[in-house]
Design a protein around this ligand. Structure first.
Ligand SMILES: CCCCCCCCCCCCCCCCC/C=C/C(=O)SCCNC(=O)CCNC(=O)[C@H](O)C(C)(C)COP(=O)(O)OP(=O)(O)OC[C@H]1O[C@@H](n2cnc3c(N)ncnc32)[C@H](O)[C@@H]1OP(=O)(O)O
Ligand SMILES: Cc1cc2nc3c(=O)[nH]c(=O)nc-3n(C[C@H](O)[C@H](O)[C@H](O)COP(=O)(O)OP(=O)(O)OC[C@H]3O[C@@H](n4cnc5c(N)ncnc54)[C@H](O)[C@@H]3O)c2cc1C
Length: 671
């Protein structure tokens, strides 16, 4: 942890007040002491020599300078963490090295590296979609950065509806090549990260045609720029898509093909093949295995949501401890804003949620590895449930994180609006993750498809998979009895998920009986289906968070156990109070129970208050990674804000020329 000599006295006081061992909680978050040591080792290698520093503040650079600076730092960073990046050669190894690389990358890149997609999707697609021969050809090149690539699926006209993509890959048996073509403007590839200027290869998802028949979308390895001159190859039109809310150092691009030819071997053929004579051979047992990269990234994004939220609440809690405002008791000094109950209400849920998502992401990752292992043995039975689960968790974690990061900004008042606070960049990054890799609503509707089928299974008294086992109790005809214990609240969350799913099924059936088609009846019910999938995902998250904390703190010291338990209960109370209407509908909760719950919630905030700074210190986020004037370990907020203000290019001269050119003539009435 970075420490300077002078630490703000309020933070010194807060740290003295903390009643638990901060390092013990850090180990818990990292998944053990060895992991913490390994992470710190990589952080020291990557960060200690200051290579992440910018010549001038990135926010003062032009878009072109920003991009070039980001490429410069990518090359430095890539050479520092070369060995750790090589670890990505097995998708199962999403270990501490990967997470440490993810963390330290944020010291180098306030937005993103243009090589994010190289490791976020290009390498994972090679791993998941290639035959062994293709893997041995492309993986070493990609990992060794001999080729730089991205993943171009989305088009101007379609992102969500993959089956609607228009780019075609038509097999020509005469030359044993595929001909890639963009027949319309809406078929132009759009969005792929790094495509604008950086990459020379691209995995392109296109409609496969052979022998006059379309076989759906498949990925193709496509060289797009000359490996020597980096010029776009003939038949390729490529460029950058322009300024965005965030990701501005990521050169997202567009791409179009004019009857562009690639060898037959460049179709990624793990799940289907086109033989030399053009015969199409399907290998995969499950129709959606070509969507595998998206499933992988959705799992990664849950962990990313937790990490970014931890950053935001570290900034906001430390700042709230040094910020003093208003004088409710005239005889006393102005209180730290962290002492206001409303401030605690804004922030402590953010800490608890960061823990919840972190633990869920590890659990989801372990479940994913089980699914991958089963698929290696040819068994794809659990993929459908995992797709529903990962879709729901990705949707909720990215959406909640974005909202809570914005809440952290609110908690920092005016200074939170400064780019130098670090929060705007965090928000701009995370809010995009709600959309990319599958939009929030669209993914929850995928979860809902699974839930409706699971409900029908339960109705028919057929066996249920673990994440929906609670549906077996949905047919008792009685409201679930309210019980404010943690397990009782989780049962209530499951009851309201079950109630909402049942209501959806009833509505769909009623509408179909009234004459609507299945598609129309489903469409009319989608508002409720999204709400049901949200309720289900929240029940899974709450249950996983609680179970994992109980398991992980079994041997913890009493005070660590206590504070971890308080956060878990806070999470449950918070969401119960957010959903009082639903609880009244689906459980026996009474008005008095809800009044008691609100009171218990407020008392819990008070109990957590003395440990708040200790809790965010336990995330162990180095100042270099936080990039925040408000959130540094030493709390020298005002000095840092002033230092940053003085870096503004407008402060380079006492009077700006605009005064003489425009204002003075206006003042003098000469305009
Ligand atoms: C030196 C530098 C170092 C730097 C290091 C940095 C470290 C790296 C860190 C990594 C961080 C990662 C960040 C990554 C950034 C990502 C950027 C963004 C990328 C993208 O956005 S790529 C494009 C993503 N696009 C999407 O996600 C599209 C969303 N749409 C879909 O997924 C689908 O079209 C659909 C699911 C919405 C519908 O598909 P479709 O119409 O074909 O299917 P149906 O609705 O008809 O359903 C049919 C049945 O198929 C099942 N199904 C659907 N999908 C799947 C799936 N994926 N797996 C399994 N089953 C699936 C449905 O459930 C249906 O089943 P049923 O039984 O018939 O009901
Ligand atoms: C920063 C960023 C980086 C990206 N990087 C990449 C990349 O590297 N490679 C790549 O291929 N793509 C990338 N994308 C694209 C991304 O995957 C898509 O934008 C995303 O999947 C959403 O699809 P869309 O844009 O078509 O939205 P749309 O589907 O057009 O969504 C518009 C609205 O319609 C709603 N909607 C759509 N379909 C339905 C439905 N069936 N039912 C109900 N509502 C619906 C949505 O909920 C949304 O409210 C990136 C996007 C962003 C923002």
């Amino acid at each position: 942890m970075s420490q300077t000599t002078e630490v703000n006295p309020d933070l010194v006081m807060e740290r003295a007040k903390c009643n638990f061992n901060v390092l013990e909680v850090t180990h818990l978050i990292d998944g053990g002491e060895q992991n913490t040591l390994q992470r710190k080792k990589i952080e020291n290698i990557a960060l200690n020599d200051g290579a992440w520093k910018d010549p001038i503040g990135e926010e003062h650079m032009t878009p072109k300078e920003k991009y070039e600076n980001s490429v410069r730092k990518t090359c430095i960073y890539g050479s520092i963490v070369k060995n750790e990046l090589a670890e990505l050669s097995g998708m199962e190894s999403f270990g501490m090295n990967f997470l440490a690389v993810r963390r330290t990358a944020d010291a180098f890149f306030k937005e993103v590296t243009p090589l994010l997609q190289q490791f976020g999707q290009f390498v994972p697609t090679i791993l998941g979609q290639c035959t062994p021969e293709q893997l041995s050809c492309w993986l070493p090149k990609a990992l060794g950065l001999k080729i730089i690539g991205t993943y171009a699926q989305t088009e101007l006209g379609h992102g969500t509806f993959i089956r609607g993509l228009e780019t075609t890959a038509t097999y020509d048996p005469e030359t044993e090549e595929f001909v890639l073509h963009s027949p319309t403007l809406s078929s132009y590839k759009w969005w792929a990260g790094g495509l604008g200027k950086t990459v020379n290869y691209c995995i392109v998802v296109a409609q496969l045609y052979t022998k006059g028949e379309c076989h759906g979308t498949y990925p193709f390895m496509v060289p797009i720029r000359d490996e020597d001159t980096h010029m776009p190859l003939p038949g390729i039109k490529v460029g950058e898509i322009g300024p965005k809310m965030g990701y501005n150092t990521g050169d997202n691009g567009f791409l179009a093909f004019n009857n562009y030819r690639i060898p037959r071997e460049n179709m990624l053929m793990k799940h289907a093949q086109v033989l030399k004579d053009g015969t199409y051979v399907k290998v995969a047992r499950h129709g959606k295995l070509t969507y595998g990269t998206m499933v992988f990234v959705r799992v990664v994004l849950v962990s990313d949501a937790a990490f970014n939220l931890a950053k935001a609440c570290t900034i906001a809690v430390r700042y709230s401890a040094i910020r003093r405002q208003s004088r409710p008791r005239p005889e006393e000094p102005e209180p730290q804003v962290l002492d206001y109950a409303t401030q605690q209400h804004k922030l402590f849920i953010a800490i608890a949620t960061a823990h919840a998502f972190q633990l869920c992401s590890v659990w989801l990752w372990d479940s994913y590895n089980v699914v991958l292992a089963q698929m290696k043995d040819g068994n794809t039975d659990t993929l459908t449930e995992f797709h529903a689960l990962s879709s729901g968790m990705k949707a909720i974690s990215t959406s909640d994180s974005a909202q809570l990061i914005e809440q952290c900004r609110h908690a920092c008042g005016g200074h939170g609006y400064m780019i130098s606070s670090g929060i705007p960049n965090l928000y701009n990054y995370v809010t995009a993750t709600r959309t990319l890799e599958g939009d929030y609503t669209v993914l929850l509707l995928q979860t809902a498809r699974f839930l409706v089928k699971a409900y029908e299974q339960a109705e028919a008294k057929k066996p249920l998979t673990p994440s929906v086992a609670y549906l077996a109790h949905a047919f008792s005809g009685r409201k679930t009895t309210w019980d404010s214990s943690p397990d009782g609240i989780i049962r209530s969350f499951q009851a309201l998920a079950a109630g909402k799913i049942a209501a959806c099924v009833r509505n769909i059936r009623k509408r179909m009986q009234a004459g609507l088609s299945q598609v129309d009846a489903w469409e009319m019910s989608t508002i409720q289906l999204v709400a049901a999938a949200e309720a289900h995902s929240r029940a899974v998250i709450a249950d996983t968070y609680r179970r994992e904390i109980v398991r992980l703190t079994a041997n913890s010291s009493p005070n660590v156990k206590a504070v971890m338990e308080q956060l878990t209960i806070l999470y449950l109370y918070y969401w119960a109070l957010e959903r009082t209407g639903d609880l009244l509908m689906y459980t026996s909760v009474s008005e008095k129970d809800l009044v008691d719950l609100q009171e218990a919630y407020e008392e819990l905030l008070l109990k957590i208050r003395p440990n708040a700074v200790g809790l965010v210190d336990a995330f162990d986020l180095r100042d270099e990674i936080l990039h925040s004037t408000l959130g540094s370990y030493d709390g020298r907020v005002y000095e840092r804000l002033m230092e940053e203000a003085l870096k503004s290019p407008l402060n380079k001269e006492p009077v700006n020329q605009a005064h003489f050119k425009y204002l003075k003539p206006l003042i003098q009435g000469k305009l």
